[in-house]
Design a binder for this molecule. Sequence first.
Ligand code: NAD
Length: 372
Amino acid sequence: MTSANKKLLVLAGDGIGPEVMAETLRVAEWMGRRRAVRFDVREDLVGGAALDKHHVPLTDATMKAAMDADAVLLGAVGGPKWDKLPFAQKPERGLLRLRKEMDLFANLRPAVVFDALVDASSLKPEVINGLDLLIVRELTGGMYFGEPRGIENIAGGGRKGTNTHTYTDAEIRRLARVGFELARLRGNKVCSVEKANVMEAGVLWREEVTKLHAAEFADVQLSHMYADNCAMQLIRNPRQFDVIVTDNLFGDMLSDEAAMMTGSLGMLPSASLGARDAATGRRHALYEPVHGSAPDIAGLGQANPIANLLSFAMCLRYSFALEAEAELIERTAKAVLDRGLRTGDILQPGKTLVSTRAMGDAILKELEKLGG
Ligand code: NAD
């Protein structure tokens, strides 16, 4: 890939989305100017912003641009202005359409504890100091999509609710493959999480992960854990984990549990990846902060831009193999926090409250110092 063809579709969205994205775009521009890493950036609308202009939360043209891009960067969607719309027209449908049509089956949620924020966690510093784990959650199958599903009347009275937890061997393998590949870029350890003790889908999960490991990833250290034990181990000793691969339902819960160890929503990035194209090596990818559009602080210049910026760092690492630049951004965020600068969400006594823009300014200054 040459430095000229990194096609980035930027969908800032609603609420604080455009505010935090503006700071990330300044960093992207800095990368072009100072590190010769150039992006072909196209900006477009999603969510409420697209509804206001085009009467749909995502136009077909934007969808096509997302399919053609090397990566999509998204801010946040939604807000009270659009809350009363029918479900099918809500801003969130724009994001769901992107995830579905790009077939983003692997959701990556890192849980990293910055030294400067160690006290913001509900866990003891000695338990979470230096924590750096990655949860890879299956996003398009399992309990949330399995058939049959529904609520029915039972003959003779009463009602029954049904959901089906189902996975094919191919679905398990493609997710596990992502986990193993990512582990090779990190601590080289995968923990596969299911409930093989009580669920057949869990037995298949364990068998398929084990087979794939033996066939292609024997150099990666693999362990298996039941999901209930994993929930406990995350609280007891989270640093034992490097990469956790798990299904949609367990991943939903475990990733929220892991995220909360790190303190604030304003610090949490995420990525969602599709399958790698065998011929080109490309994969669809969408990067977004975990937080929403934060209507309570939108427009006030109070949003923490770091979650969005760390999502961009993930984009550099996973879509463009720019490890040095990704690390540079992460070191920069750390340095700014170490200097005591804080947006309101992570403010602690004795630290300096700064605006979104001032945080962006400090990040650019630090980038010059560390990597210019
Ligand atoms: P939220 O994440 O927007 O906000 C929760 C709380 O965290 C708020 O008090 C907010 O001010 C604060 N917060 C969030 N991000 C912050 C940041 N970067 N800096 C400082 N403070 C921050 O969740 P919510 O209030 O439940 O939802 C608000 C809207 O966002 C809703 O319309 C919801 O549907 C939407 N939403 C969108 C996404 C997404 O785009 N992926 C995700 C979650 C919620």
